[in-house]
Design a protein around this ligand. Sequence first.
Ligand code: GRF
Length: 216
Amino acid sequence: MSSRSNPISDNWHGNDKTRLAVFVSGSGTNLQAIIDAVESGYVKAKISLVLSDNKEAYALERAKKAGIETFFLDPKAFSPKQNFDKEVIKNLKERDVELVVLAGYMRVLTSNFVQEYKGRIMNIHPALLPSFKGLNGVKDALDHGVKVTGPTVHFVTEKIDSGPIIAQAVVEVADNDTEDLLRERVQKEEHKIYPKAIKDFLENKLEIKGRKVFRK
Ligand code: GRF
């Protein structure tokens, strides 16, 4: 880990060597959006590592195609669960990772991990938090009959889907929407707001005060 323990309060600026780790479990469309943003120079950083708890995650293929180091850790090989995150932390430290980006990562982080990377872990959720937390954000919003929904990027705290909100986007729900159709439109917005949130963080534009995030 670099000496920059907390980029938000240390008046720290990202540069093209700022090291990101992206954690994935599935298809990796958000990972792809981040890779594209880095490759185009929109996000000035290096993705040092893509880590997955699922060997079959297509996101790993996307990372390999982009020449990014991939890392699969089998949760079954770790007991107690805390040991999994200890191994992850060790690998992040070895690579001097400064920002952890959760992109469809299905594991809940241990409090030890959250403390270690406090203020430096982001997540994206497919509903307008604090509504529809949990695993089925798109379906739950649709079933509830909301007229608008959309993704939320937030900092990760120990309470699931509850950390300070960085960005949200609004997606209208149509009368004849299906879960798949709605997810597609929500994800389209995810792919815009997640790279932007990362860019803002790296350019030191975000400030956390209590549970609010302000743009400087
Ligand atoms: C996204 O919809 C995100 O909101 C949720 O998991 C999904 C991941 O999709 N946390 P992908 O793997 O990035 O395509």
